[in-house]
Design a protein around this ligand. Structure first.
Ligand code: FES
Length: 573
């Protein structure tokens, strides 16, 4: 296997002999690389081992990943014990609340970093260590494009804390307490206390937000070892999972299974089923579309509706239910969900450990049905998400019906329009705002092609005067996204977006809009002729933003695709 200089496996170089810098003399390239690798203190035995890269997104600007040093140690333990050489390397990190204008803008940049650095550096397989909302999708997109054997490992969810006897977990409870503060129900001192208790451990948001949803999707796709998505960040099991992940990654060197063999049309459909069954985040539709799109697999929103009609919501977690991610792990984790959904899944899909998805389910012996309901007693009979279509959303929009008020599902309302996020911030709490609880709040120019780059602003606040009067929910719609931890009757991802000339940008104050969840429709009740006139009168750059002249912003503006294409870049597909 080894010639002492140029270790090979199946004829191909491995470890430090792989992917050499080209000086026109291969032996010299090996010699030079080993010289510099030796300066890091590696023995000859280590230098000849296959390399498992550990691409991680630890950063001082990412609270969710603050325990990564000990997780990286555990991965290394697993790799070393199996016979490999683990080498960690940092990539871009995307801490959800630390990025402006929004983390989504940089997801594709991180995916390029992961793709290029796993391809350019000498590694035989890679562990992708991420967790916060955009990091897992970015890592899976990058790994799918690089298509080298890869295993996902996630941070794991935060544990809950307590406030006045109540369990607290970021970030559904963040929103609940903030809404109470806005309504004058709690004072500044109490909100200050709550602020320090909402996120009190390492790990990702404690509910079924985007991070948890994407971790579960990664496990369902088969890109992680079984039962590794839901384990809390601070649980000792999390470190054992990290160690096991290192071993799995090493095993992929001798028996490579590439992302393109795991992320297939069938496994993507499984992921959609599970997304619907967990009442998962709307953001996951965008991310899964982007991940699958890298391998030529299309996520069709009409198919999403078909699956939604035949997939029950089984998981009783916030923001749509009662429990937290730590409860899901105690209840049996993702294998418990998969076992309950078994008749609806493609069980022959391959996973990163070499087993099929179906084989993973043999070991599930117990499920806490209070948290993961059986199909015979679901939380609700149909899936958590639906896609809406109509003249207001020709290429679709998403509503998380499991987090919405069914009393608002079949409704016609008067549009109260905000032309931008600034306009929203300036007027939403004004006592002069002409609004009542039956109106539809419409936010424009917050989609992927807008200057705000599709922030999680779709959870429009209830206008202060209505909140004070006790209004808890009303129909809200936009081309923006919504945090997976939020809830309400909120139509999102309206496509095409307003800034690219989509019909959402043509809505005016006082227009009538009809929402029908039963018909999956979203219609602007304005005659076509009138809409044509409004379209003709629109400025070319609909959101008034200046065109970027250089750098990543320019690349983003030139290449960004709409939500139904995963907000990926055209040139990365
Ligand atoms: Fe990182 Fe919620 S802020 S997962």
């Amino acid at each position: 296997m080894s010639d002492g200089h140029d270790r090979k496996q199946g004829g191909a170089p491995v470890g430090f002999a792989k992917g050499l810098t080209n000086y026109g003399d291969r032996e010299f390239s090996v010699y030079l690389r080993r010289t510099f690798a030796s300066s890091m203190g590696y023995s000859r035995e280590m230098l000849e081992r296959p390399i498992v890269g550990i691409a991680h997104s630890a950063s001082g600007f990412n609270n969710c990943h603050r325990h990564f040093p000990e997780m990286i140690d555990a991965v290394k333990r697993g790799v070393l014990a199996a016979g490999g050489l683990p080498i960690e390397f940092p990539t871009i990190s995307l801490g959800e609340t630390f990025l402006a204008p929004t983390s989504l803008k940089f997801r594709n940049l991180m995916s390029m970093d992961v793709e290029e650095m796993t391809r350019a550096q000498p590694m035989d397989s890679v562990v992708l260590l991420g967790g916060c909302d955009k990091t897992v999708p970015a890592q899976l997109m990058g790994a799918a494009s690089a298509d080298i054997p890869a295993v996902q490992l996630v941070a794991g969810p935060m544990s809950t804390s307590r406030h006045r006897g109540e369990r607290l977990g970021a970030c559904t409870d963040c929103r609940r307490f903030w809404a109470r503060f806005r309504a004058g129900d709690i004072d500044a001192h109490e909100i200050d206390t709550v602020e320090r208790r909402l996120a009190s451990t390492a790990g990702t948001c404690a509910v079924m937000g985007t991070a948890s949803t994407m971790a579960i999707i990664a496990e369902t796709l088969g890109m992680m070892p079984a039962n590794s998505a839901a384990c809390p960040a601070v649980d000792a099991d999390r470190l054992r999972i990290a160690e096991e992940t290192g071993r799995v990654a090493f095993n992929l060197v001798a028996r490579p299974i590439r992302p393109s063999e795991i992320i297939t049309a069938a496994s993507v459909e499984n992921a959609l089923r599970v997304l619907l069954a967990i009442g998962g985040s709307t953001n996951a539709v965008i991310h899964l579309t982007a991940i699958a799109g890298r391998l030529g697999v299309k996520v069709d929103l009409h198919r999403l509706n078909q699956l939604s009609d035949t997939t029950p919501v089984l998981v009783n977690l916030k923001p749509t239910g009662e429990h937290y991610m730590e409860d899901l792990y105690a209840a049996g984790g993702v294998p418990a969900i998969l076992r309950e959904l078994k008749p609806l899944l493609h069980l022959d899909c391959r996973t990163v450990t070499g087993e099929t998805l179906g084989e993973r389910l043999h070991e599930v012996s117990w499920v806490d049905h209070e948290v993961v309901r059986p199909c015979s007693e679901p939380v609700r009979g149909t899936g958590g998400l639906v896609a809406l279509f109509g003249n207001l959303a020709p290429r679709g929009a998403i509503l998380k019906r499991s987090a919405a008020d069914p009393a608002l599902f079949e409704k016609e309302g008067r549009a109260v329009v905000f032309e931008s996020l600034e306009d929203l911030a300036n007027r939403i709490d004004s006592d002069e705002l002409d609004v009542n609880a039956d109106d539809f709040l419409v936010l424009q120019n917050a989609g992927p092609t807008s200057s705000s780059a599709m922030p999680e602003a779709g959870y429009l606040p209830i206008p202060a005067k209505l909140a004070r009067a006790g209004v808890k929910d009303m129909v809200r719609m936009s081309d923006a996204r919504m945090s997976g931890t939020a809830y309400g009757t909120i139509v999102l991802h309206i496509t095409p977006d307003a800034a690219s000339g989509g019909p959402l940008g043509l809505v005016r104050n006082g227009d009538r809009i009809r929402l029908s969840v039963a018909l999956r429709s979203l219609e602007l009740l304005v005659p076509d002729e009138e809409l044509q006139q409004r379209r003709a009168a629109r400025p070319a750059q609909a959101d008034g933003a200046a065109l970027a002249t250089r750098g990543y912003a320019k690349l983003y503006q030139r290449e960004i695709l709409q939500a139904d294409e995963g907000c990926d870049f055209q040139f990365l597909k």
